[in-house]
Design a protein around this ligand. Structure first.
Ligand SMILES: Nc1ncnc2c1ncn2[C@@H]1O[C@H](COP(=O)(O)OP(=O)(O)OP(=O)(O)O)[C@@H](O)[C@H]1O
Length: 528
């Protein structure tokens, strides 16, 4: 048996292409060798196995595969290698359609062409042969010292098959970097083809607002390397770093990006009404009664770049994420909330608002409102107890944080509609808000679908219903656009409320997913 082992070992050592003897195959070769030996039980068994047709076929396939040469055809090494340059390295890479995954730059002082960056997971990185700081002397025998980086990239792009590089190795950075595990949600759209600042457009990674990226390297302060999460392509691409993006965004942000008080509905400067409406049985209370502090409503949104996220799944029995609905007036937030509540009253709930106005006869404390005195209301405002609050006809109205907590602590899903500027104050580990933006369809579809719909008029105090006007539609569409531009990065889900049944079922499905499936949330929410 030892001899057989030795013999097999002998073949293994010669792999992958065993030189076959006259018998021509591994199976016959081995059988013949065994025949000449004393027939022990093991040998006989092995001979029997080797005689079986399927083993023979298997070994014959092995022989065929092993005889093939899979090595690329490489041209001979150039013979004009300068012996004086003892540190010169000749590297051959076989290039397929995949780009090399490296960028180059000209050193401003020495004029040398240097490897500026190696994209993680790219061809150059996987080869392990080219490193940042290496000086490029020749590509396919063509000297590059008199060439611009663009021209060299052109030579590389044109090359197919084996490419020979002559390089002088730079200073080694030995620290092997392990695969980083940082994920971010992108808060803006990015197209490297449109970016004048990127050192190499081809090396850039394009993404859409809301994509999840894995950050592969933050070594460079201006250009990070990242991959789209879940994409098979192992090669990282360049994206602007957070700091760089913030800097240039701040420089070029046009003032028009920010919702201006006079641009949003001038008829309905109603900051707070929605939070109160469903639970408000008081139909007389006009929707547009709440004035809001302008600085609050129209503050500048933070510069949207990236947000570090982590995978999160709600444990069964754990508190639900707060569901926030945002959208322009009349888009249908109340209608959607109402449908959710009817569909499962044990599961969904809304908050009970506070007011400083006196309780009416038919009202009960904690049902329509929590009734508190004006002075307590004012103290609570100063102690930041309200999500939103406003004043109408000398009385305060507001939604308190505690009213949200109260719903969540009953293990129900709390549905809250707020102005978009309020969202960022609620983005905490405690509430983990799931923000849904409800968007109107095109104006043509609004005309068709809202033919019989009614809005509560804000022209009088009685809250009388009236049909939508053309102006209402125009305003709804333009406010939605502005909200999306300014606050779009805060919206986790966008639902177009065209057909109500379709919009409702989309909303319900997405809420179910959030309750049961793993999804991405800001990493800061999981640290508390
Ligand atoms: N998809 C839809 N198709 C037809 N009518 C709709 C649709 N969505 C909502 N509506 C109707 O439009 C009207 C306004 O809806 P709703 O009161 O829910 O709006 P809202 O977003 O809460 O606005 P506001 O805060 O101003 O009350 C209601 O009559 C509602 O039934």
């Amino acid at each position: 048996m030892t001899q057989i082992h030795e013999r097999l070992q002998h073949y293994e050592d010669r792999s992958p292409a065993p030189v076959l003897d006259s018998a021509g195959s591994l199976a016959t070769d081995l059988s013949e060798e065994l025949h000449g030996r004393s027939a022990s039980g093991d040998t006989r068994e092995l001979l029997k196995l080797l005689a079986k047709p399927h083993i023979k076929s298997l070994l014959s396939v092995h022989d065929t595969v092993a005889q093939k040469s899979y090595d690329p055809e490489l041209p001979p090494l150039p013979d004009d290698i300068d012996d004086d340059e003892d540190s010169v390295k000749i590297i051959r890479l076989v290039k397929n359609k995949e780009p090399l995954g490296a960028t180059i730059k000209r050193d401003e002082q020495t004029g040398a062409i240097l490897v500026a960056r190696i994209m993680r997971g790219g061809a150059a990185d996987r080869s392990g042969l080219i490193h940042v700081g290496d000086e490029l002397r020749e590509v396919n025998g063509i000297p590059v010292d008199d060439k611009k980086p663009d021209e060299i990239i052109h030579i590389l792009a044109k090359s197919q098959g084996a490419i020979t590089f002559k390089i002088i190795p730079g200073i080694k950075d030995e620290a092997p970097s392990k695969e980083p595990k940082m994920f971010v949600r992108t808060l803006f759209d990015y197209d490297p083809a449109e970016d004048k600042a990127i050192p190499c457009k081809e090396a850039g990674l394009s993404f859409k607002k809301g994509d999840i990226l894995q950050i592969m390297s933050q070594d460079d302060a201006t250009w990070w390397q990242a991959k789209q999460n879940g994409h098979a392509n192992p090669r990282a691409g360049l994206i602007p770093s957070k700091q760089f993006q913030e800097r240039r965004f701040a420089l070029r942000r046009p003032a028009a990006h920010v919702l201006q008080p006079n641009k949003i509905s001038n008829r309905r400067l109603s900051g707070f009404r929605r939070s109160f409406r469903l639970s408000r049985r008081d139909k007389k209370t006009n929707k547009s009664m709440y004035e809001c502090k302008k600085s609050d409503q129209y503050d500048m949104a933070d510069v949207p770049t990236y947000e570090e996220v982590t995978a999160y799944r709600r444990q069964s029995g754990a508190k639900h994420r707060l569901v926030i609905l945002v959208g322009p007036t009349g888009v249908g937030l109340n209608e959607l909330k109402r449908k959710l509540l009817i569909s499962d009253p044990q599961h969904f709930s809304v908050t009970v608002p506070h007011t400083s106005r006196p309780k009416r006869n038919q009202e009960s404390e904690g049902v329509e409102y929590h009734f508190i005195s004006k002075s307590i209301f004012e103290t609570d405002i100063h102690s930041n107890k309200f999500v939103e609050h406003g004043e109408y006809k000398g009385n305060y109205y507001g939604t308190s944080l505690d009213s949200v907590r109260s719903v969540l602590s009953k293990n129900k899903v709390c549905l809250l509609d707020v102005q978009p500027h309020t969202v960022k104050h609620l983005r905490t580990a405690e509430f983990k808000p799931y923000v849904v933006f409800v968007k109107p369809p095109s104006i043509e579809r609004l005309r068709e679908t809202r033919r019989n719909a009614k809005v509560i008029s804000d022209k009088d105090d009685r809250g009388s219903a009236k049909s939508f006007s053309e102006d209402d539609f125009l305003e709804m569409v333009s406010t939605a656009q502005q909200m999306e531009t300014q606050y779009g990065h805060l919206f986790e889900k966008v639902i177009i409320n065209d057909d109500l049944t379709v919009a409702f079922s989309e909303l319900k499905t997405s809420l179910k997913k959030v309750e049961t499936e793993t999804h991405w949330v800001p990493i800061s929410w999981t640290h508390s």
